[in-house]
Write a protein that binds this ligand. Structure first.
Ligand code: ATP
Ligand code: MG
Length: 713
């Protein structure tokens, strides 16, 4: 049989991995060495050569974006459709299992997924009902405690209280939290995994069924699996199935969320007789980028150590821009992007990466000003926005009145005169009688225990939900969503809002209806379109701003850039305190993880990498003057080209910056261009025929021009 399409574009060790005979296998290799490619070709090999049926294969990746990409690449490679293959993230796959076996898992049929913001609110409420002071028991810390225990596979009854008051109290809160989730029929992200692990543990027949089904299990980004994910995989593999994992210890960046790089280090002892394959050739980045990234990661003392090389040319040096503040940084980056676009680069080939999601806003604003379509991955995603969640809370509540998280959100949004005292009474009653808040409101009202005004308001709310419970059967799904938003009175409410964001919020509500209209139920056989939509809202969290198929510049945090690649990459905010983040400053292990994150970010770039830092930055409302990041010092000079523009407003020109001119032009000088009109020179680079200047034109904004052709006077 002809297997050339599977093997031709692979080097020798890659081929060895793809065609490995039976048994478990670990591919350990640096960034861009073709791990993901190997994983995909391995699947094609199994199916087409080893004749493994597609439904016997389970592949796990780290993000929804990566899962989609994997699916489309495998479809390109194979002649038969891959539909029956399970490809997804740990959370997505666990969710699928729980939907199929909700009963055995002890869940209600319509259980809902709670994101971390919902979880935070629920915890706050529980602390209140237990009369625990927020300042002594910070809800964030409690949230972290609960999630970390779940990631370790521990329920409250499994945790040793060490006869310690603090620990005892935490366990008690955790227990209360569990009870509340069970009552409301909601699960958090960590619960998805823990619950599906327990599902298998408690139902040996079911486990056997899945073990028989998934004879081949493949995992990408294995270095970032946490304990429960590892245990989940191990259970499924058993002693018969085959596990094929790929990973890179230098790219472990989720230790702060419980990922255990040990999982990769211990693989060979946990799976005796497994084979280990190393890949060392990088196919992604040009020489300068790869060498600079290698130089940075070498500063980490604890690593397995790998030697990555490339056949590629040195390529362009890494550009380094020192902005005078964060606005200047965004302006510079977007100016550069415009140049790339003018030179024919596709928008989707350009990415802006940053350490914290709050940094996206200025880039977004500059992109909007320049009318460049963009998409933000991660960060404040569409489905996480407050008004969107308000609308979905109504949808959820109409479906299931006992969803306390949704109840809390909807009951007084828009405000209906249900005060904190009434709500406290409802919470107390719900807790005392272990019932939902909905039930508690009904009972309190009937018992005459409420003041007339509050009772009226509650009745009004109850009626509103009740009346709409059975109206959605005949009309298209998105119309029913639109109707729910209408009757909830959210649009009216935001219309009156004075915070200047009312219009935005209304547009976002419209966007919910759009999203519902465009929504295609991927789990048709398993879920109603409504449940599928709500699950999508929680799991995928709006990876589709911009138009789904519109070509967009990509914005994301460094964490969400994992596994991806782009011809042109910008990394902003390389400043001490921001990157490395100040939260990691005192902990050597965390600092190593930050450096790995820098390595991950830099190795996303294929042709051109631009790093920037700002000399002053407004952070959390106050001005700071951060030092440039240590990573900038760790890059050897020969790989860097510094680009400096003159501060325009805040500082006088220095002699040093004036020497940095291109040809006859001085920084700060007024110039005229035949087409763009009048402008001021902001910065310059290069010499002779490649000399370029950056000009801020009064009418058309900032542009880079090649001096020889620009015809400036
Ligand atoms: P990361 O560590 O960032 O996840 P990776 O090791 O998974 O990277 P891939 O994304 O699989 O690397 O590959 C990096 C790039 O190199 C891709 O564009 C891929 O198509 C290309 N590539 C990999 N192997 C080869 C090869 N043998 N010949 C040509 N191109 C290759
Ligand atoms: Mg990869």
């Amino acid at each position: 049989m002809d297997v050339s399409h599977i093997l031709d574009e692979l080097n020798e060790p890659q081929r060895e991995a793809v065609t490995a005979s039976d048994g478990n296998c670990l591919v350990l290799a640096g960034a861009g060495s073709g791990k993901t490619r190997v994983l995909i070709h391995r699947m094609a090999w199994l199916i087409e050569v080893e004749q493994v049926p597609v439904w016997n294969i389970l592949a796990v990746t780290f993000t929804n974006k990566a899962a989609r990409e994997m699916r489309s690449r495998i479809d390109e490679l194979m002649t038969s459709p891959s539909g029956a293959m399970w490809v997804g993230t740990f959370h997505g796959l666990a969710h699928r299992l729980l939907r199929s076996h909700w009963k055995e898992a002890g869940l209600s049929q319509g259980f809902q997924i709670m994101d971390s913001d919902d979880q935070f609110r629920l915890i706050k409420r529980i602390l209140k009902s237990l009369e625990l002071d927020d300042s002594r028991w910070p809800p964030r810390q409690v949230q972290w405690f609960i999630n970390a225990r779940k990631d370790e596979g521990l329920r409250p009854q499994h945790i040793d209280d060490c006869d310690d008051f603090f620990q005892k109290q935490m366990i008690r809160i955790y227990q209360e939290y569990e009870d509340a989730c069970n009552r409301g029929g909601v699960v958090d992200f960590a619960e998805l995994l823990l619950r599906s692990h327990e599902l298998w543990l408690n139902n040996p027949q079911l486990l056997e069924h899945y073990r028989k089904r998934f004879s081949h299990i493949l995992v990408d980004e294995f270095q970032d699996t946490n304990s429960i994910q590892y245990a989940w995989i191990r259970l499924l593999v058993g002693n018969r199935n085959q596990l094929f994992v790929v990973g890179d210890d230098d790219q472990s960046i989720y230790g702060w969320r419980g990922a255990r790089v040990e999982n990769i280090l211990n693989f060979q002892s946990d799976y005796p007789g497994s084979s280990l394959i190393k890949l060392e050739q990088n196919y992604r980045s040009s020489g300068n980028i790869l060498k600079a990234a290698n130089a940075i990661i070498e500063h980490n003392p604890t690593r397995l150590g790998k030697n990555l090389w490339t056949e590629d040319d040195a390529g362009e040096p890494i550009h380094l821009y020192s902005a005078f503040n964060e606005v200047d940084e965004a302006r510079f980056v977007i100016g550069r992007i415009q140049d790339h676009l003018e030179q024919g680069m596709q928008r989707s080939g350009i990415a802006i990466l940053y350490r914290t999601s709050a940094q996206s806003r200025l880039f977004e604003e500059a992109l909007i000003q320049s009318s460049i379509p963009y998409r933000v991955y991660g960060g404040m995603r569409f489905f996480e926005r407050a008004e969107v969640k308000d609308a979905l809370a109504y949808v959820r509540l109409i479906k299931n009145q006992h969803d306390d998280v949704a109840f809390e959100r909807a009951v007084n949004q828009p405000p209906r005169g249900i005060g904190p005292r009434t709500l406290d009474a409802i919470r107390l009653h719900a807790r005392e009688f272990a019932c939902s808040m909905w039930q508690a409101s009904v009972e309190l009202k009937q018992g005459g225990a409420m003041q007339a005004r509050a009772a009226n308001a509650i009745q009004h709310f109850i009626d509103l939900i009740e009346e709409n419970r059975h109206t959605d059967e005949d009309i298209p799904f998105h119309e029913s969503i639109s109707r729910i938003i209408e009757i909830a009175g959210l649009r009216e409410h935001f219309k009156k809002s004075r915070d200047g964001k009312g219009q935005d919020r209304i547009e976002n509500l419209d966007e919910v209806v759009n999203a519902a209209r465009q929504f295609i139920n991927p789990e048709d056989e398993l879920l109603s379109v409504l449940d599928a939509f709500l699950a999508h809202a929680s799991l995928e969290a709006g990876e589709n701003q911009g138009q789904e198929h519109e070509e967009c510049v990509q914005l994301m945090t460094l964490h969400s850039a994992k596994g991806l690649e782009f011809p042109i990459v910008f990394i902003g905010g390389l400043e001490e305190g921001l990157f490395p983040h100040r939260m990691s400053a005192d902990d050597p292990e965390r600092l190593e993880e930050e450096r790995r994150l820098c390595y991950v970010g830099m190795t996303r770039a294929m042709q051109q990498l631009t790093l920037s830092h700002a000399e002053s930055r407004r952070l959390h409302g106050s001005e700071s003057y951060p030092l440039p990041s240590r990573y900038l010092r760790e890059i050897p000079h020969e790989y860097l080209l510094e680009i400096r523009s003159t501060p325009r407003i805040s500082r006088p020109y220095t002699a040093a910056s004036q020497t940095n001119t291109a040809g006859e032009f001085q920084l700060g000088q007024q110039v005229t261009h035949p087409k763009f009109g009048e402008g001021v020179i902001l910065s310059s680079e290069g010499e002779g025929s490649t000399a370029r200047v950056q000009v801020n034109f009064a009418e058309t904004g900032v542009k880079w021009l090649v001096v020889n052709y620009a015809n400036l006077s």
